[in-house]
Design a protein around this ligand. Structure first.
Ligand code: PLP
Length: 386
């Protein structure tokens, strides 16, 4: 059986550890070495050994990560970037030209919104906002030049759920590509390409890296031609993952499955505690049966992930006070690391959405629930809520 065919029969946990990670030819090292190198000796002009010529175009450590990423999402090609936003920028400049239109979600990472509203718009890309949890809202937002429908599910920070298969059908009818930012779920919990999406986007800074020690991004695509086009742009624009960063993300991915199981289990307990707390007015967690997207999430996700948001009685200051009182939950931006984080999206990660259709409630607190002891996490939240 060929290497690729053998891999198709392997389960996620096995692929996470082995796909693209064959022992090093030269030494037998069992993990890909960090090829901290910019250029490669040629055997005569154009005589490349193993195809490597210059590390912006390709680097063996990055190749190992990119093969791993493609395998984990069941895609044809994976591409690793210097950040999630670098991946998004490469994708939007590959898919869209001036005058083209993209539908974006009414809840999304603030930086993604900023990229469309403040950067791409300046280059003539049109965008409009839809509630992507409702396929009819997306249909109504389509225009003749809609080339992409952009979805986050679960979304940041309100944990909205979009039915990926339903939107894939809408995209197909419209001749547009469906892009799914799968950062909150990770490929272990959700497989957008298998549900009909064309491109999966990641901030690998988050669950894939998993240890708050690297910034990175990735794209995984279902078809070879788009993969080629993106690889061309990745090299032409140059925001690639460096070898050490690629290696850190790869190391994180090896434990992704067990970390996500624990993140999900801890987050479910946190959501339960918050739901019963008198100072909490609303909890956003797709694992709660009363969450409007619960059934769809249960259908398309393995479990519900580690992100929980909630609103605090008493308004913005009360929410800020909860963030300030937390001790074990570290006050900081980002998410997806082993350590628990707390933040105030309105003043921190989502400040750029103020005044837009994506503005977040002022009394909102977002938690990235880590993999510490659940008892210690619940005790800290209880004291922080006062
Ligand atoms: N997508 C989502 C859902 C995010 O939460 C983030 C960052 O927080 C990004 C994309 C951007 O990724 P990066 O910060 O790695 O550029």
């Amino acid at each position: 059986m060929s290497e690729q065919r053998a891999q198709r029969h392997q389960h996620f946990e096995t692929l996470a550890i082995h796909a693209g990670q064959e022992p090093d030819e030269a030494t037998g090292a069992v993990v890909p070495p960090i090829y901290q190198v910019s250029t490669y000796k040629q055997d005569g002009v154009g005589g490349l050994r193993g195809g490597y010529e210059y590390s912006r175009s390709a680097n063996p450590t990055r190749t190992a990560l990119e093969e791993n990423l493609a395998a984990l999402d069941g895609g044809r090609r994976g591409l690793a970037f210097a950040s999630g936003l670098a991946a998004e920028d490469c994708l939007l400049r590959t898919l869209l030209t001036p005058g083209d239109h993209v539908v974006i979600p009414d809840d999304a990472y603030g930086g993604t919104f900023r990229l469309f509203a403040k950067v791409a718009e300046g280059w003539g890309v049109q965008w409009s906002v839809a509630d992507t949890s409702d396929p009819e809202s997306v249909r109504a937002a389509l225009r003749p030049r809609t080339k992409a429908i952009w979805v986050e599910t679960p979304s940041n920070p309100l944990l909205g759920i979009t039915d990926i298969a339903a939107l894939a059908a809408v995209a197909r009818e419209a001749g547009a590509r469906l892009v799914v930012d799968n950062t909150f779920a990770s490929p272990y919990l959700q497989q957008p390409l298998a549900l009909g999406a064309d491109v999966v986007v990641y901030s690998t800074t988050k669950y894939m890296g998993g240890h708050s020690d690297v910034v990175g991004g990735a794209l995984v695509v279902a078809d070879d031609a788009l993969g080629e086009e993106l690889a061309y742009h990745q090299n032409a624009m140059g925001a690639v993952a460096g070898p050490f960063d690629a290696w850190l993300v790869m190391r994180g991915i090896k434990t992704l499955a067990i970390r996500m199981d624990r993140h999900s289990a801890n987050a479910a307990r946190v959501a339960e505690l918050l739901s019963a707390h008198p100072k909490v007015t609303q909890v956003y967690y797709p694992g709660l049966p009363q969450h409007p997207g619960h059934e769809i999430a249960a259908k398309q996700m393995r479990s519900f992930g580690g992100m929980v948001s909630f609103r605090v009685a008493g308004g913005e200051q009360a929410a800020v006070d909860v963030c300030d009182r937390a001790k074990l939950f570290i006050l900081g931006e980002s998410l997806g690391g082993v350590e628990s984080l707390i933040e105030h999206p309105g003043r921190m990660t989502h400040a750029s959405t103020a005044g837009s259709a994506l503005e977040v409630p002022a009394d909102l607190v977002r938690l990235s629930v880590g993999i510490e002891s659940i008892d210690d996490l619940l005790a800290d939240l209880t004291q922080a809520l006062g």
